[in-house]
Design a protein around this ligand. Sequence first.
Ligand SMILES: [Zn+2]
Length: 79
Amino acid sequence: MFQVSLIDLVAAYLIGSLMFLGLAWFVGAALRRRRDRRGREYLVFCSYCGMIYEDRGKADLTRCPRCAHLQERARPSSL
Ligand SMILES: [Zn+2]
């Protein structure tokens, strides 16, 4: 018969729990990064007045809603 001590069971439980938590953390972080990247995809930073606005168009030039300055599409690297 296969014998398992209580220490082995506790160790297996702890290792399994840590592996599950690590996997859940990794998947959560990857989903968060993906969501942040998609959220910034349409944000445009106005280099003239500093406003960050959303523009879902595909044109290379966008017009800032605050100062009406035309500029090339350049996305902010971080908020
Ligand atoms: Zn502007």
